[in-house]
Design a protein around this ligand. Structure first.
Ligand code: HEM
Ligand code: HEM
Length: 180
């Protein structure tokens, strides 16, 4: 499923992204769809805005590693299956970028990062803010679908005896045994 072995840095960034994104999607949609006390929804909003803002530089770092890797690759030699995997991974990077950018652009209040730093909201036009909110929600829904497909594909590969999870192991030794 992969086009080469993953570096330790890439693996750590993958699991950090997975934890932040899965938590934010699950808790964000939960408080949006289920009736919860205002205190809880405000707490989730505060944590999620802070967490995802802190996550932005880590994601940019991860994106940089991915782009550098792609530039050193010869895509024409990949099989159809590997091209498809590559396409889905690229789409995940693109949609996460859209989610992060629209999250910042839809802010109708200053971005309060864990009560430590406050960043001014970038836009003030309510119509524009509302438009970015709509794009944020739809891109979050699309990202949820992509992640479901991604995790589903990992499970199918594992069930077929293709040990892809080991390529994303945090243990260097396990990972190096899996390089194709
Ligand atoms: C529990 C959830 C997850 C599991 C079990 C999982 C598992 C994996 C595995 C095993 C690979 C390596 C596939 C290969 O052999 O090439 C991989 C790669 C990848 N995963 Fe996940 N993943 C999860 C969540 C996520 C999430 C939430 C994202 C969204 C950012 C994500 C984005 C990617 C990307 C972009 C790659 C390609 C490698 C890279 O550029 O780092 N994964 N994942
Ligand atoms: C990994 C990145 C992110 C994910 C997965 C994510 C996910 C979500 C989800 C699922 C919702 C609920 C949507 C609904 O109402 O149906 C939401 C709402 C929201 N997001 Fe994001 N988001 C991300 C990044 C950001 C960023 C960077 C910001 C701003 C700095 C932000 C600000 C907001 C705000 C203000 C809301 C409206 C509800 C509230 O006040 O909490 N998001 N987000």
């Amino acid at each position: 499923m992969s086009v080469s072995g993953y570096s330790g840095q890439r693996v750590w960034l993958h699991w950090l992204s997975a934890a932040v994104i899965i938590w934010t999607l699950a808790s964000g949609f939960y408080v949006a769809m289920v009736e919860v006390p205002v205190r809880i929804s405000q707490w989730v909003a505060f944590i999620n805005v802070s967490l995802t803002t802190v996550f932005i530089p880590f994601f940019v770092w991860r994106l940089g590693i991915f782009v550098a890797h792609v530039r050193s690759m010869d895509l024409s030699i990949l099989s159809v299956e590997k091209k498809l995997v590559f396409f889905v991974h690229t789409l995940i990077y693109f949609v996460v970028t859209v989610v992060l950018a629209t999250g910042v652009l839809m802010m109708d209040r200053p971005i309060d990062v864990f009560g430590v730093v406050e960043i001014a909201q970038p836009l003030s036009d309510p119509a524009l803010i509302a438009r970015f909110f709509t794009i944020h929600v739809w891109s979050c829904l699309f990202l949820s679908l992509l992640i479901a497909v991604h995790v589903g594909a990992v499970i199918v590969h594992e069930l077929c005896g293709h040990r892809v999870l080991r390529r994303m192991s945090l243990c260097d030794r396990v990972r190096s045994e899996q390089i194709e």
